[in-house]
Design a protein around this ligand. Structure first.
Ligand SMILES: Nc1ncnc2c1ncn2[C@@H]1O[C@H](COP(=O)(O)OP(=O)(O)OP(=O)(O)O)[C@@H](O)[C@H]1O
Length: 439
């Protein structure tokens, strides 16, 4: 299905998703990517501009929200301020079955959520977490066929969020109710979802189990959006000389691919001379000398730029002489200078062109700052605005005595190497190859 609010501008672009009965599906993406719009179309609060919503296989575009047997939970609780928790939880039951006493269901729901002692309080007498529990109670009490949750934990502090997250996971599992959950928090998505659907600019990028979207991201955006610390993305170039070992040049250094080449590495040969993006999660690199290399590990080195102490671990920001690839939607917003009149006019023309094209809000997944000069011997990485120095972040234990300016040896585990083409699409591991992870 697609959705346009203003004519021609699609905020959801040909999204196709099958949600299984009892499944917990998370819609994940940055602010404004269309998650809530998708949820509202499922709820019936918005009608798709094109396409179909099917409920249990039946065309349902025109089915009124109240007829869809779904319960929504919002970020802002949306409790009736003049009603007690008891009345709030019982409200949908009274609408559904007027004349029947909602009491027993309300009591049972409150027991399930551990909020029996809050039933006679009013919303202004409750904390944020308690209000959200009451809102959950109101959704659960009706025994709907689906829960739709729009960032229900966004207004709570981190500790409470973790606690309620665990509660939501337990409740939805126990109740076995199909749940669609919207969030921009990847950690929340990964810990809750049976599957995670990653959206960007209204376009579905990938849908899969948390394990698959983490281990086999289909493009640079998914790779960068999921996982902390964020994956390292370095601009590289594939070097495949006829008479020597194949390698991926990373500015000042290169990853030499061990012989015999693995099937995935062999496929990289067609990229010879082309710019690629190398993705290394922090677990793919360790601080160790070349002599300690295990099979499949190759040596590079880096200069310590910054050491981030986190207690149980340390994040080391290194300069390896490569240049980072930027993922536009994920970079910190840059200060916008006031547009000149000319630029404003150009903006309007662009908007009109975009309108006429009918789509697409999603630009390129990745931006290579200076296309064409990837192979050149630039030794200094160009630091992106607002970023910490260094092009590679490595996780290590706190017992390494590291200081700014130290030169340290590194081992890269090629089993954890991702390679994306210049447009950001994953080419290694090869997309067709699906290790046992793909389920
Ligand atoms: N009623 C509306 N009229 C016009 N544009 C809208 C309307 N609702 C949403 N939009 C636009 O549609 C796009 C998607 O919005 P949506 O709320 O679905 O995104 P989201 O991913 O849920 O974002 P957030 O996490 O910030 O809520 C945004 O650009 C938004 O400005």
């Amino acid at each position: 299905m697609s959705k346009s609010y203003t004519q021609g501008v699609r905020v959801v672009e040909r999204l196709s998703l099958d949600i299984a009965p009892g499944e917990f599906l998370v819609l994940l993406g940055p602010s404004g990517c269309g998650k809530s719009t998708v949820l509202r179309m499922i709820a019936g609060l918005e009608e798709p501009t094109e396409g179909e919503v099917r409920l249990d296989g039946t065309y349902a575009n025109h089915v009124h929200p109240s007829e869809r047997d779904m319960a929504m939970v919002f970020q802002n609780y949306a409790l009736y301020p003049t009603m007690s928790s008891r009345a709030n939880i019982g409200f949908p039951l009274r609408i559904e079955a007027p004349g029947r006493d909602p009491g027993p269901r309300v009591e049972a729901t409150a027991r399930m959520l551990g909020i029996e002692d809050l039933l006679d309080r009013f919303p202004h007498q409750l904390s944020g977490g308690e209000r959200q529990r009451v809102a959950m109670g109101r959704a659960i009490a009706r025994h709907p066929s689906a829960f739709l949750m729009d960032e229900p934990l966004a207004n709570l502090d981190a500790k409470l969020r973790n606690h309620l997250r665990a509660e939501i996971a337990r409740l939805t599992r126990d109740l076995d109710v199909t749940t669609v959950y919207v969030t921009h928090d990847q950690a929340e998505a990964m810990s809750l979802g049976d599957r995670v659907a990653v959206l960007r600019g209204g376009v579905l990028q990938q849908v899969g189990t948390p394990r698959v979207v983490y281990a086999l991201p289909e493009n640079v955006f998914v790779a960068a959006f999921i996982g902390t610390p964020r994956i390292n993305l370095l601009r590289g170039v594939v070097l495949a000389p006829l008479d020597g070992a194949m390698s991926i040049g990373l500015g000042r250094q290169a990853l030499v691919l061990p012989e015999p080449l693995s099937p995935d590495h062999r496929l990289l040969r067609v990229q010879q001379g082309r710019e690629v993006i190398v993705g290394l999660r922090s677990e793919a690199v360790r601080l160790a000398r070349p002599a300690q290399a295990r099979p499949g590990e190759v040596a590079i080195s880096g200069l310590v730029e910054h050491v981030e102490f986190q207690g149980h671990e340390v994040l080391v920001h290194l300069n390896t002489g490569s240049r980072p690839a930027l993922v536009p939607d994920l970079e910190a917003p840059r200060p916008v200078s006031r547009p000149t009149r000319r630029r404003r006019r150009e903006g309007r023309v662009l908007d009109r062109l975009r309108d006429r094209a009918g789509t697409l809000r999603a630009g390129p997944v990745v931006v290579l700052e200076h296309p064409g000069d990837a192979g050149s011997e630039r030794t200094e990485p160009a630091p992106a605005e607002g970023r910490l120095p260094g092009d590679l972040i490595v996780r290590t234990t706190p017992d390494h005595a590291l200081r700014h300016g130290m030169h340290v040896p590194l081992l890269v585990d090629l089993a954890h190497l991702f390679v994306f083409d210049h447009a950001g699409v994953r080419i290694c591991p090869a997309p067709a190859r699906s290790p046992d992870l793909e389920d």
